[in-house]
Design a protein around this ligand. Structure first.
Ligand SMILES: *Cc1c(COP(=O)(O)O)cnc(C)c1O
Length: 414
């Protein structure tokens, strides 16, 4: 492995983690302003998650989930289901986000096949959408670089306009009109529409109004197409509600979760779905059964980390506390919106972003400048964002704000 990426960005050797801090081999400290790629919720080495994991480690580290079951996976499934009001009462486990996408796509198409409608096997996705990087997930991922590199391996979905609010006040209306036209024409061959509710994170934190989800849900119902909500990044309180789709007052047919599910500790993903879909697979014939096995499905340690994470949400009333925290962070960052090269300052819950009018090298310069001021921030293209762990104190918010400002000035200096 190379020590340097493009000769410009030296690797940071991280020795320890402590709350929102990453601590280098030589004792240097950086605030983890992007939650280690959107996975960490309550900081590193959280005492309650660590204690739960130690206990689980001395009880049961792993067992196959075929023909066997165990308490952590049963309890986790019941608690996740309760968080959807019981509407998504069935959980299928994988080990990472891309697998959750694969599972949802396969289960949707297989449902239609089991319902004697096997011609419904195509997918719709949104412009700029990101759902993971395995070959199937790339089919619904609209990032030109990835699609181009692996084009011969990919079965591309139809890409519809994104309701990204940066496109103007009619963004939702236009995206819905395009979806409606597509469904009116092609619904007979379409299994599902997959979306990232409210924030397309990999698309430069593109944010959009819940109204899009409300209308997309109605159209999917009308045309008998499944709605898959990929909340791998936006679930677990990131957008201000526990699940992002709640803000639209809807439920999807499939809900994909990963990243924050274990508090950022261990790889785990889950696809949740409805009774009606589960029952279409319940049969003695293996051809009707859903076929997708992972060796580490429902790993007890990962499930225990997820249960400890849910305990913290309940015990610390995290969603309410985050409203106050998010308002403080927004107040500290908002003055940046007035900078002449800053566009579209935006916030949704605990996600904050703005775009910078600058040359293509800006992102790298910003990353290095922010690190020099003690904060890990990695812009996506020319979008600067922070999605911090939910445990920042006032001093840390001040540091984040100061580093964001100073790095902007330095990265734009000629
Ligand atoms: C990160 C991400 C994925 C992929 O998850 P991995 O665990 O990296 O495979 C899928 N969808 C969204 C919205 C994501 O942010």
């Amino acid at each position: 492995m190379k020590q340097h990426v493009s000769g410009q960005l030296p690797l940071l050797p991280i020795a320890r983690g402590e709350g929102p801090w990453l601590i280098g081999a030589d004792g240097q400290r950086w605030l983890d302003g992007i939650s280690s790629w959107w996975v960490n919720l309550f900081g590193h080495c959280h005492p309650r998650i660590n204690a739960a994991l130690r206990e689980q480690l001395d009880t049961l580290e792993h067992v196959l989930l075929a023909g066997c079951t165990h308490a952590p996976v049963v309890e986790l499934s019941e608690r996740l289901s309760a968080l959807t009001g019981g509407e998504l009462g069935h959980c299928f486990y994988g080990s990472d986000g891309a697998s959750a996408t694969e599972i949802a796509l396969k289960m949707s198409a297989h449902y239609w096949r089991n319902s004697e409608r096997e011609e419904k096997c195509k997918f719709l996705c949104l412009a700029g959408g990101y759902h993971g990087e395995t070959a199937g997930a790339l089919g619904v991922t609209d990032i030109p670089l990835f699609r181009a590199a692996y084009a011969p391996l990919i079965r591309p979905a139809q890409v519809l306009p994104s309701p990204d609010a940066r496109q103007g006040p009619r963004a939702v209306e236009q995206a819905i009109a395009a979806l409606a036209a597509c469904l009116a024409r092609d619904a007979g061959s379409i299994a599902a529409l997959i979306v990232e509710p409210l924030v397309q994170c990999a698309n430069g934190m593109a944010m959009y109004e819940p109204e899009y989800l409300r209308q997309a849900r109605a159209l999917c119902d009308r045309y008998e197409v499944h709605l898959i909500c990929d909340e791998i990044a936006v679930g677990f309180g990131r957008t201000g509600t526990f699940f992002a789709h709640e803000q639209a007052g809807i439920r999807p047919d499939f809900l994909c979760l990963s990243k924050g599910i274990t508090g950022g500790y261990l790889p785990l993903s889950v696809v949740m779905t409805r009774d009606a879909i589960y029952h279409a697979f319940l049969d003695d014939s293996t051809a009707r059964a859903f076929l997708h096995s992972h060796s580490y499905t429902g790993n007890p340690l990962a499930c225990r980390a997820a249960l400890a994470t849910l305990d913290i949400f309940a015990q610390d009333d995290v969603i309410a506390a985050n409203r106050t925290l998010a308002a403080k962070i927004a107040a500290r960052l908002r003055p940046l919106a007035a900078h002449p090269q800053v566009r579209h300052f935006r916030q949704r819950g605990m996600i904050f972003a703005f775009d910078v009018e600058a040359d293509a090298g800006f992102g790298h310069r910003y990353y290095r400048a922010a690190l020099a001021h003690g904060v890990l921030l990695r812009p996506i293209g020319n979008t600067v964002y922070t999605m911090p762990p939910y445990v920042l104190g006032d001093a840390e918010i001040e540091l984040l704000g100061r580093a964001a400002e100073t790095a902007l000035r330095e990265a734009l200096a000629p």
